[in-house]
Write a protein that binds this ligand. Structure first.
Ligand code: HEC
Length: 189
């Protein structure tokens, strides 16, 4: 095998015969080969560091979950703080906060609307539903925010009516949110 110098453009042509065919291969430029070798070396180093050392102990999924848990934890802590200081005023404040009323609306529509109506008027297409209307100023068990909170948490004192103690199905924060939604639907006086 001999090497030819192509005088015109200074490219090295390596000629050889393979399977009876005369071939002329052009040598790859050094910068190209060098880059290729760097990527190979880098692969080995990166593979070793990433997979064989304790640097990366969590999968991407686990890392995302961890971040979400931190955010959820912060949100929860904020809500717990609010619940600890739950008062007529703080529930009223929640009822002016779209985040809470939106969450409360979703809970209301799945858990409460069947008896209290989607519009809180205890009506479905003109038919009266079993629950009491919640969008008026009449309250059987008290209309103060904390009183409503108590009715929803503990249920109706009259167990035959079907208004259960929702603390068995909803967390205190969910109850506060659904109550804030009910409050947001009160006629403004
Ligand atoms: C199975 C039907 C039913 C469901 C579901 C239901 N309720 Fe009731 N609710 C009633 C009935 C019936 C009463 C009246 C109880 C009574 O007269 O003692 C009532 C009463 C109430 C009251 C008291 C109203 C007043 O005038 O004092 C509130 C507040 C209330 N419900 C909120 C809710 C919320 C919030 C939910 C959803 C988490 C819910 N209810 C789910 C049937 C239901």
């Amino acid at each position: 095998m001999s090497q030819n110098k192509n005088a015109e453009n200074e490219v090295t042509i390596r000629e050889h015969v393979y399977d009876g065919i005369q071939e002329y291969d052009q040598k790859l430029p050094n910068w190209w080969l060098f880059t290729l070798y760097i990527t190979m070396v880098w692969f080995v180093i990166a593979w070793f560091i990433y997979y064989q050392t304790p640097i990366r102990t969590l999968t991407d999924h686990e890392r995302v979950d961890q971040h979400i848990a931190v955010i959820e934890g912060k949100k929860k802590a904020e809500l717990e703080k609010m619940l600890a200081s739950l008062s007529n005023e703080s529930l009223k404040e929640m009822s002016a906060d779209a985040t809470h009323t939106a969450a409360g609306k979703a809970i209301f529509e799945t858990k409460c609307a069947a008896c209290h109506g989607i519009n809180l008027d205890s009506k479905l297409n003109g038919v009266t539903l079993p629950g009491l209307p919640l969008n008026d100023t009449e309250w059987k068990y008290g209309g103060k925010p904390l009183e409503i909170m108590k009715t929803v948490t503990e249920g109706s004192p009259d167990v035959t009516k079907g208004m259960i103690a929702w603390k068995t199905q909803l967390s205190p924060s969910e109850i506060a949110q659904v109550v804030s939604y009910v409050l947001s639907k009160q006629p403004q006086s």
